[in-house]
Structure formats: structure tokens, C-alpha cells
Design a protein. Structure first.
Length: 286
């Protein structure tokens, strides 16, 4: 059976990896093709914001979009003419924000000829990440819609609820052999330091900033009353730029392997969010 997955980037982008890649890579004896709309180097260049110059950022965005559109055209053309997959998996959307009408015939043809699995792990409707045109197409032609939270189910029209499946995303790369002895041994580390960890993309750093003052107060109290240091490990594609007196902030450049290693030394995981229609749609892993 031929399976095609249309992804932003299969290894570097969080949603595609955790919602699709980690599952498809374990399916054996199938002809599976993971399409990256944006190559790894360009994804990292764009989302890590290596260019600080405003004009440089605009130029980079133009290059990013043009390469994405060209690769999308090649992806859809290949599946229409050559591969002709039986199953197509779409993570979030194929066209970010603006629908590319010139590719509509190819896209619609594939959706009609294949069994379509559409995965959604954020409120992409509220954020306008997906266009209304593509939303309508996917609602019509999807055979299965996979959502990661109950809230997202209610964001979809009632007439498609019968084909909605709830799947709680997890990280299959994390070792599953963290036995009781290992967890109990972590309590011994509380003697000197307490390690907090926050893992996410730069777009979510604003939520961490919302609780920074409270963490600073906690660090002060721990030091004054118990002579303990409070460490905050921020594993992200950009640094958490916050000046603190007692809270010890350690910025770690994100990679999947590094994130797992720092999770092993952490005592408490943080994922603060403000209450909004968008954040309510975030996956329950938050």
C-alpha cells in the first residue's frame, strides 16, 4: 500500500513529527513517502530567526514561501502522475494561510482519489493558519480527522464528528524504562537544587514570561528558607531573554535528543498558557 504524508518538515517541525512521523516510521512493509514542504536547512534558518535584519527577514520569508510552493507543486504532481497513493496523511494544512488556487486541480484530484487522514493538534482555525478554502476541502474529503484535544472536536462542524478520532500525542523517543527506582532516586537531588524545565518553540515563550515573576519569588524563597537553588532549563529554538536575580535560567538550543536528555535531569515540567480560544485547542500534552 502506498502512503503519502504532506508535512511542513518531517523531522524538525514539532506537529508533523509527533503527530505523523513517529507513527509512520514504525509501519513495516508499506510504501511510505514523507514529503517535506520546507527542507530542513531552510526550516531551521527561518524559525530560528538567524537573520536579525528586518530586510533580511523579509527576503528570507519570500524565499521560504517560494521554495515551499515549488516543493508543494512537485509533491502534488508526483502523487498525481507517478505514486498515486491509496492513503494521504495531511498534518494541519498543505497551504499555510493563503490557498494557492493554481494548484487546486492537483490537490482536489488527490483528495478525491485517496483515503485522506487529516491531523489537527492546534486551533488552526482560530489562528487563521489554514484558509477557509482548504478547510472546506478537507472537511469534505477527509475520511478520518484526528484531533489531539476534546476542545478541537467542538471546533469542527457537527456533520463531520462521526469521522473524528481522538489521539493523545506522545513522544515515542522518550525511553519507556523509567522505573520506580529511577523516579525515587530523583528525590535525592532535591537536597541542593530544584530543576524546572520548559520545552517549546519561540512562539510560546510569551507564556513563560507570564509566570517569570512568580518563579523569581519562588527562587528567592527557596534560597532564603532552604538554601536551595531553583534552576529553569529553557529548551527552545531561541533563548528566553529574562533578567533574574535568584532564578537561574539556563538556555539550551533545542534538538529532539537534547530535549530528552534534559528531561531526565528535571524535577518539574512547566507549560503555562493563557486562557484563549487558541490555547484551549492545544494538545493535551501541554
Amino acid at each position: 500500500m502506498k502512503i503519502s504524508a504532506y508535512l511542513l518538515n518531517s523531522t524538525e517541525a514539532g506537529s508533523p513529527y509527533y503527530a505523523v512521523t513517529q507513527f509512520l516510521r514504525n509501519i513495516e512493509n508499506q510504501n511510505i513517502k514523507l514529503y517535506d514542504r520546507v527542507p530542513k536547512f531552510l526550516f531551521r534558518l527561518y524559525f530560528d530567526k538567524l537573520s536579525k535584519n528586518k530586510m533580511g527577514r523579509k527576503l528570507l520569508k519570500i524565499i521560504y514561501l517560494m521554495i515551499s510552493w515549488v516543493r508543494t507543486f512537485c509533491m502534488l504532481s508526483s502523487d498525481t502522475v507517478v505514486r498515486k497513493p491509496q492513503i494521504v496523511v495531511i498534518c494541519r494544512e498543505v497551504f499555510t494561510s493563503k490557498y494557492i488556487y493554481v494548484l487546486h486541480p492537483l490537490y482536489k484530484h488527490i483528495l478525491k482519489k485517496s483515503k485522506v487522514v487529516w491531523t489537527i493538534d492546534d486551533n488552526i482555525f482560530e489562528s487563521k493558519e489554514i484558509s477557509k478554502k482548504e478547510t472546506d476541502l478537507l472537511l469534505k474529503y477527509s475520511d478520518t480527522i484526528v484531533v489531539s484535544s476534546d476542545y478541537l472536536i467542538n471546533e469542527l462542524p457537527i456533520n463531520v464528528h462521526e469521522k473524528v478520532v481522538y489521539l493523545h500525542p506522545t513522544d515515542g523517543d522518550i525511553p519507556q524504562d523509567l522505573h520506580v527506582d529511577y523516579i525515587e532516586s530523583k528525590s535525592n537531588e532535591y537536597i541542593c537544587d530544584i530543576n524546572l524545565i520548559w520545552i517549546g518553540s519561540a512562539t510560546n515563550l510569551k507564556y513563560l514570561l507570564m509566570v517569570a515573576d512568580s518563579l523569581e519569588e519562588a527562587a528567592y524563597e527557596l534560597q532564603e528558607k532552604y538554601s536551595k537553588k531553583l534552576n529553569l532549563y529553557v529548551v527552545c529554538n531561541q533563548p528566553f531573554e529574562h533578567t533574574s536575580n535568584r532564578l537561574h535560567v539556563i538556555n539550551i538550543k533545542w534538538s529532539r535528543k537534547i530535549a530528552i536528555e534534559y528531561m531526565k535531569i528535571a524535577h518539574i515540567g512547566l507549560m503555562p498558557l493563557e486562557e484563549s480560544k487558541y490555547t484551549k485547542g492545544k494538545c493535551s500534552g501541554k
